[in-house]
Design a binder for this molecule. Structure first.
Ligand code: GLU
Ligand code: ZN
Length: 299
């Protein structure tokens, strides 16, 4: 293959939000992203998505790093923090605003209640100043679709299903959608492997990439984990924080959740040995679209 047709080397990442501890769902996402990168000799980056200080739990950043280390993960390069990237976000936001691609919105939460999360464009042409207002990106009346490696083809009509979305909140904090797109591109991420709770954010991110002339990464959304009672296991549900002494059994359970088939002997292995087995045997085509967790496995 010549250099011009070669695809860029694989760069993956894990991007936790320090609004709490890592739980089993985040372990599954971290493991999938790590194995998918390492199985092809790729790089694996770590980015702390600390955009929202009011919602940050004190000590969560340190606890997340500590858990990752105890579970045997090693990342490449320096940890990046989004709290140190505000200048980059501000530059892009100002450009979008001055080009008229984004606008200021002064609607209150209460005024928007009736619209169920899809902003109806009330402030689109009112020309509000940026001060004391949220900044929203104008979306086109178009569908965006992508091929997810596990979930298949997904399609969303941005105007009807997402609406003009916030890229900077009224309190001045930058929104996840903007920061994640800028940072993935800035860090050269080629492959995004993350939880299926972010599936319906992806079309908004595709639009931002298109608008900013950024490359589109490949996507793999790992299954949502459904509890026996039918509820999602996730941020809102209080799944227990990952404890260090449970690293090997929880890694094995995470591997099984991802459809991999680790042998029983690994129950005596160190976390690092489990990860090495995972790298050697990784098969992303085995990942199920939805995973159910038995009650007994939660604790
Ligand atoms: N920080 C996000 C979260 O913890 C993940 C962002 C991403 O992987 O795109 O839910
Ligand atoms: Zn408005």
């Amino acid at each position: 293959m010549t250099a011009s047709t070669a695809s860029p080397a694989y760069v993956g990442r894990f991007a936790p939000t320090p609004s709490g501890h890592l739980h089993f769902g985040s372990l599954v996402a971290a493991l999938a992203s790590y194995l998918d990168a390492r199985a092809v000799g790729g790089r694996w980056l770590l980015r702390m998505e600390d955009l929202d200080p009011p919602r940050e739990v004190p000590g969560a950043q340190a606890a997340i790093l500590d858990a990752l280390e105890r579970y045997g993960f090693e990342w490449d390069g320096e940890l990046i923090r989004q709290s140190e990237r505000h200048d980059a976000y501000a530059q892009v936001l100002d450009r979008l605003f001055s080009q008229g691609l984004a606008y200021a919105c002064t609607c209150s939460r209460k005024e928007l209640e009736a619209y169920h999360g899809v902003y109806p464009g009330l402030c689109r042409n009112l020309g509000h100043a940026q001060e004391n207002a949220a900044i929203r990106l104008r979306v086109p009346e178009l569908s965006y679709s992508f091929q997810d490696r596990v979930q298949g083809e997904l399609r969303q009509h941005l105007g009807r299903e997402a609406g003009d979305f916030v890229i900077r909140r009224r309190d001045g904090l930058y929104a996840y959608q903007l920061a994640v797109v800028l940072d993935d591109a800035w860090q050269g991420v080629t492959d995004i492997v993350r939880g299926a709770d972010l599936l319906d954010s992806t079309p908004r991110q595709l639009y931002l990439q298109e608008l900013l002339g950024l490359p589109q990464p490949r996507y793999l959304h790992v299954p949502l984990i459904i509890q026996p009672d039918g509820n999602k296991l996730g941020k809102s549900y209080r799944s227990p924080p990952l404890t260090g002494d449970q690293a090997t059994p929880l890694l094995l359970r995470a591997l099984r959740t991802l459809g991999q088939k680790p042998p029983a002997e690994l129950e005596q292995a160190t976390p690092r040995e489990v990860l090495d087995w995972g790298i050697g045997h990784w098969d992303a085509t085995l990942i199920p679209r939805v995973a159910t967790l038995a009650e007994a496995q939660l604790h």
